[in-house]
Design a protein around this ligand. Structure first.
Ligand SMILES: O=C(O)CCC(=O)C(=O)O
Length: 268
């Protein structure tokens, strides 16, 4: 069910963390914010000292893996983080996440689990149903990465919806889905656990656009992700691969839902 919703809509609301796991997630976040914690939108996948980022990643994986595998079977989690919006943080514009796999064969997804009830007033996630099919090709990191839909953002915004979730619910999206989050206008933090994953045997890749005409692909390994500054530069000594496609072409008009060829399961 979740797999077919992901293939068709690009997102699905899954089961919940149990009460004990939710309490563990909340107390872990309270411990983190009792120390120095930056204001604004923070993702521990990218922000902060490497040692601390990697510690958070281990704890989040342990919390998320059981509930994710119970509904999707075995998965390869390759990024895990706390995403927080402190009070007063603005909207996160609708965007697509990076391409981490050979997508015509294996998709990658992000599972987002709020630790408080998410509302439009405190930073809930917005999704654009079916928009994971709107672009094909690679969504790279790097200085040459293009904004996919800069000219038609208002039309995309008009199609965004806010899935109804409670604290501990799983929201899973295909990394090609347009999504973002509302501003946090409340007086409290809006923390979430996030785990990015793919099929157990899928090859992970990092795509780097050095310029709009130079796209490079690398095998993505654990060393890169645990590096002090991942995603700010291509891997120094990574294994080079041939990109499986061109960079995703910029959207110039709004496609309609349907005619989607996203696989449900890994294609062999
Ligand atoms: O946690 C949020 O507010 C947004 C998360 C998001 O859009 C992302 O991780 O790509």
């Amino acid at each position: 069910m979740i797999r077919s919703e992901l293939a068709e809509n690009g997102y699905a609301v899954g089961p919940q963390l149990d009460a004990q796991q939710l309490a563990k997630g909340r107390s872990f976040f309270s411990e983190l914010v009792s120390g120095p914690w930056p204001v604004g939108f923070v993702s521990t996948a990218r922000d902060g000292p490497a040692e601390e980022r990697n510690r958070v990643s281990r704890v989040v994986r342990e919390l998320v893996r059981p509930v994710l595998s119970a509904s999707l079977g075995s998965v390869q989690i390759f990024l895990a983080a706390i995403l927080n919006k402190s009070p007063g943080t603005g909207t996160l514009t609708l965007h697509q996440d990076l391409t981490y796999t050979n997508e015509p064969i294996s998709r990658s997804y992000t599972c987002w689990i709020p630790l408080v009830d998410p509302e439009p007033s405190n930073g809930a996630i917005r999704v654009v149903d079916g928009s994971h099919c709107w672009t094909t090709g690679i969504r790279p990191a790097g200085p040459g990465a293009a904004q996919q839909a800069s000219g038609i953002m208002a039309e995309i915004e008009a199609r965004a919806t806010t899935p109804e979730l409670r604290a501990g619910d799983l929201l899973i999206w295909d990394n090609a889905l347009f999504h973002g989050s509302w501003a946090n206008k409340s007086s409290l933090h809006r923390p979430a656990l996030a785990a990015t994953f793919t099929d157990p045997d899928a090859e992970l890749r990092l795509h780097w656009a050095q310029s709009t005409t130079l796209l490079q692909a690398y095998k993505l390994d654990e060393h890169y992700l645990t590096d002090p500054h991942p995603f700010r530069a291509p891997p120094k000594s990574g294994i080079r691969l041939t990109p499986w496609g061109p960079p995703a072409a910029a959207l110039e008009e709004l496609p309609h839902k349907g005619a989607c060829t996203v696989p449900h399961q890994r294609k062999s």
